[in-house]
Design a protein around this ligand. Structure first.
Ligand code: NAD
Length: 238
């Protein structure tokens, strides 16, 4: 183990409460593409256009098709050593809040206790009228899903570009970030607001920040553990 990993381990051991933020990079070693650095366009449209309310409103069937394809891709891959190490550690040491920007369900499949799904999940559907959510594992729909309560059309339970974060989700994440005395940031470019704001909160509060990423981060400074999450996290957390 390198000195810098040992230094980060000691910080985490001393911390009473740890805020963990993950992004697409933690699922890269499972085989899912990250957002930055890949062409995620689909049927000739850029990713940003597909994951938007405008796209759903203009063509709900096509929007659902993209999300059902993502479900199919996500279910074919497995949680990797990083998801598993994080889940085991969170169960063992308690006082860890995981906020993930990922929509793939891999933290849940790694049995992570109560992850905060900051951008929702592709495995959730949400009513367009009464906003009731439900888990849904279908891979195809003959007819598009309707709310079981009020019978209005359902939409994917993903927070799209231009959507606001559901209030309760935001509150839980903000409270955890205020309580934390160490931040662990894994596999995110931290360019998507408001999730990126948590790193500024850490800097303003002077809370130690540990960043696990093969690339040098552009955001606030901290201890940078340079490498893939699947190699670094088992050493850091086990
Ligand atoms: P991003 O694509 O902007 O950044 C990914 C980061 O992960 C990069 O900094 C990259 O250097 C790093 N990385 C790559 N491989 C890694 C590895 N093996 N270990 C650790 N780090 C690694 O992703 P983001 O910051 O999460 O923002 C993208 C947005 O797109 C999010 O809102 C997310 O919801 C969405 N998205 C989700 C998924 C998913 O659920 N798997 C996939 C693509 C996009």
């Amino acid at each position: 183990m390198t000195d810098i990993i040992q230094q980060a381990r000691e910080l985490l051991v001393k911390a009473k409460s740890v805020f963990v933020l993950t992004g697409a990079g933690i699922s890269a070693e499972s085989g899912l593409k990250t957002y930055r650095g890949h062409d995620l366009s689909w049927r000739g449209r850029p990713y940003q256009e597909i994951v938007s309310t405008d796209y759903f409103e203009s063509d709900p069937r096509a929007s659902w098709d993209w999300h059902l394809e993502f479900r199919d891709t996500a279910r074919r891959v497995q949680p990797n050593a990083a998801h598993l190490a994080l889940a085991e550690w969170a169960k063992r040491r308690k006082n860890v809040t995981l906020v993930t920007q990922n929509i793939d369900g891999l933290h849940e499949r790694a049995d992570h206790p109560d992850p905060i799904l900051f951008h929702g999940s592709v495995w959730i559907t949400r009513c367009t009228r009464c906003e009731v959510w439900r888990r849904d594992y279908a891979l195809a729909y003959e007819t598009l899903p309707m709310c079981l309560i009020c019978e209005a059309p359902e939409r994917p339970g993903v927070v799209w570009f231009g959507d606001t974060i559901p209030r309760r989700t935001l509150e839980l994440a903000v409270l955890a970030s205020q309580d934390a005395d160490a931040f662990l940031v894994v596999g995110t470019s931290a360019q998507v607001a408001p999730a990126s704001e948590f790193l500024h909160v850490a800097r303003e509060r002077g809370v130690p920040l540990i960043v696990v990423n093969p690339e040098a981060p552009k955001g606030p400074e901290g201890i940078h553990l340079q490498g893939p999450a699947g190699e670094i996290l088992p050493q850091l957390l086990n």
